[in-house]
Design a protein around this ligand. Structure first.
Ligand SMILES: O=C(O)[C@@H](CO)OP(=O)(O)O
Length: 215
């Protein structure tokens, strides 16, 4: 059975300021760096063989800290990027007008093919995230990969494995540096294929970030 660990990057400057990143980027805060160290401490004895990260700066930095503790290299995979949030990237959530707030909300209100102008749909993101996850099936026997990605991207992946629609991802709270795990298995009792072992575990963090969308 292949076990794949899923980690959201540490808290960033823009997470703390409630600014939308998407495929734009901002650096980890001091707290974010500490969160990454605490994930590293937690996973370093789990036999992680590959650390694979979205190529954005915040995931790369988080992955480097984890990979160093695990004694492996980081591989980058652009399929693990956050949702492209088009014209709303870099904006503060508190400054969106009604129309802009409507664009943002349609992503999580039941329109899987809705998108922010110039952005990406949840369905498109879901397809690339599943493609990145399924690529783990081609790793050598006995591999135990850890993927470092983003809140909406990982939420969408876990939701769709559970059979929920791609737009249901915001029903899952995946805080910064939370750990989730999905396993690929053949089983006469449980569903064969990907199953969710755990989602959003933050018990290793002494300083959990606020969910940037919840105040
Ligand atoms: O892009 C963002 O601003 C947030 C949205 O949840 O994602 P992340 O911080 O996980 O990259």
């Amino acid at each position: 059975m292949l076990q794949v660990y899923l980690v959201r990057h540490g808290e960033t400057q823009w997470n703390a300021q409630r600014r939308i990143q998407g495929q734009s980027d901002s650096a980890l805060t001091e707290k974010g760096e500490r969160q990454a160290e605490q994930v590293a401490e937690r996973v370093k004895t789990l036999g992680i063989t590959h650390v694979i990260a979205s190529d954005l700066g915040r995931t790369r930095r988080t992955a480097e800290i984890i990979a160093t503790a695990c004694g492996v290299d980081v591989t980058l995979d652009a399929r693990l990027r956050e949702l492209d949030m088009g014209v709303l990237e870099r904006r503060n959530l508190d400054t969106l007008n009604e129309e802009e707030e409507g664009w943002r909300r349609q992503l999580v209100n039941g329109t899987a093919d809705g998108r922010i102008p110039d952005g990406e749909s949840m369905l498109e993101m879901s397809e690339r995230m599943h493609s990145a996850l399924n690529a783990c099936l081609d790793l050598p026997e006995g591999s135990r990969p850890l993927l470092v990605s983003h809140g909406m991207a990982l939420g969408c992946l876990v939701s769709t494995i559970l059979g929920l629609p791609a737009w249901a991802e915001r029903r899952l709270r995946l805080r910064n540096c939370s750990i989730s795990r999905v396993d690929h298995q053949q089983s006469p009792w449980l569903a064969s294929g990907w199953v969710v072992e755990t989602a959003g575990d933050i018990s290793h963090l002494d300083a959990p970030a606020l969910d940037e969308l919840q105040r």
